[in-house]
Design a binder for this molecule. Structure first.
Ligand code: DX5
Ligand code: ZN
Length: 218
């Protein structure tokens, strides 16, 4: 079963509870929350308080994508706020293995994200500690960017690594995903699709989500 994770980065925060309910009713599997610090990426979003508030009105697991430097300083706080999956960037810490283990100890699913510049081979010695691998198909920081084609090959490589080791690790893809390429990323090995602008920008998030679901079912 393919999981769909709408990214609230593109949602209307004046109507956030309503928008969450809409995508949940339409079958969203996770809510993807993009945490940005203006240092790891050139954009700012929100901290644990927003995650905590969203937790109160959300039913599905919260998939927190930390695009921040020194993620090890904040994982406990995001876990306390209600994050179910905590994904940090491989490029943001010198101790990815330790951090994955620590996130698991906190009772969350541990995810590691790779920027477009980082080869899948970087995962070789840490993937057994990961519950989720996130392949970035844009440079992190903004919604609405164009999908980087090289991501298909990286998904295939990551899928092969996961399968060869018999791991239950989820393979997620984030950036520039929509109806035009959802099938292709799944064929390349992705099992969790993050989508921001293509879900929310048209003003009909439930329809947009169901449209992608339908495309994947055929
Ligand atoms: C970008 C974020 C994404 C973003 C995706 O750095 O990690 O989650 O919301 O937006 P779209 O789907 O518009 O590329
Ligand atoms: Zn994201």
């Amino acid at each position: 079963m393919i999981k769909l994770a709408p990214s609230l980065l593109s949602a209307d925060f004046c109507r956030i509870a309503e928008q969450i309910a809409e995508v949940e009713r339409a079958g969203a599997d996770y809510l993807h929350l993009d945490v940005m610090d203006g240092r790891f990426v050139p954009n700012l979003t929100w901290g644990p308080k927003i995650v905590q508030d969203i937790r109160k009105c959300a039913k599905v697991p919260l998939d927190c994508h930390l695009m921040i430097v020194e993620p090890e300083k904040y994982v406990e706080e995001f876990r306390r706020a209600g994050a179910d999956i905590i994904t940090f960037h491989y490029e943001a810490t010198p101790h990815a293995h330790r951090l994955l283990t620590h996130i698991r100890e906190l009772g969350a699913k541990a995810g590691v994200a790779l920027d477009p510049q980082t080869p899948v081979a970087a995962l070789q010695d840490i993937i057994d500690q990961a519950d989720l691998v996130l392949i970035m198909s844009v440079n992190p920081g903004f919604s609405g960017q164009q999908f980087i084609e090289r991501a298909y090959e990286k998904l295939r490589e990551a899928r092969a690594l996961i399968d060869a080791n018999g791991l239950a690790c989820e393979l997620e893809v984030d950036g520039g995903i929509g109806p035009e390429n959802a099938r292709e990323v799944v064929e390349a090995g992705a099992r969790v699709l993050v989508m921001g602008s293509k879900i929310f920008d048209g003003g009909k998030p439930a329809e947009a989500l169901q449209h992608v679901r339908g495309l994947l079912a055929t």
